[in-house]
Design a protein around this ligand. Structure first.
Ligand SMILES: [Mg+2]
Ligand SMILES: [Zn+2]
Length: 202
């Protein structure tokens, strides 16, 4: 089958997206990463992002940065890390379309800390995204629960905290893979099979 696999069955055509967690998915997990010179792309991350963008998906980073709310670092440190990541990606011809972060500590009870869907909802309205049937790639249970909350398909990666997450018997995800490269391949298969229309939240 060829042609745009995500053509809508009538109605407004909103774009589907892949929502990527940052730490432990694109970047090496450092635990409250706040220094640009500690930003390290995981193997294959740039290529995977290029592949996902090539599928016609918006590539959107959604990241909890409670280190800001906890006072470990500030918004400017976060911005420098983001810029460093984007520079490293650009060196390999990859780019994310947008990045949204929750800067709050858990006790602030905000509406944007994953697994709450605030970041995705903001992205959806600002970027005109079709969230249901989009994709979430993450290494933590909060990422997988986010996917369920917004009726997106979920891919657990075994990088970062992913191996620990996989042992969590209460966790649910559509598929678990070794890394973001394999996540991109799974998503490519879903898109090419036209299965992106299917939404079956377990
Ligand atoms: Mg993570
Ligand atoms: Zn928040």
């Amino acid at each position: 089958m060829s042609g745009p696999a995500d053509a809508r069955k009538g109605g407004v055509s909103l774009q589907k997206a892949v929502f990527l967690d940052r730490d432990g998915v694109i970047l090496e997990e450092r635990g409250y990463l706040a220094k640009p010179d500690e930003v390290t792309l995981l193997d294959g991350a740039a290529e995977a992002i290029r592949m996902m963008a090539g599928l016609g998906l918006k590539v959107v980073v959604v990241t909890n940065q409670s280190g800001i709310g906890r006072g470990f670092f500030d918004a400017n440190d976060y911005k420098k890390v983001r810029e460093r990541m984007n520079t490293l990606l650009a060196q390999q011809g990859a780019k994310v379309d947008a990045e949204y972060n929750c800067p709050h500590a858990p006790w602030e009870e905000c509406a944007c800390r994953k697994p709450l869907p605030g970041l995705v909802q903001t992205a959806a309205s600002e970027l005109a995204l079709d969230v249901a049937g989009s994709f979430v790639v993450g290494d933590k249970r909060s990422d997988m629960e986010l996917a369920r909350a917004v009726k997106a398909r979920s891919v657990l990666v075994r990088t970062g905290y992913g191996k620990e997450t996989e042992k969590d018997s209460d966790g649910t995800w559509d598929v678990a893979v070794d890394n973001i490269s394999e996540a991109a391949e799974v998503i490519r298969d879903w898109v090419e099979e036209g299965r992106v229309e299917v939404v079956d939240c377990r």
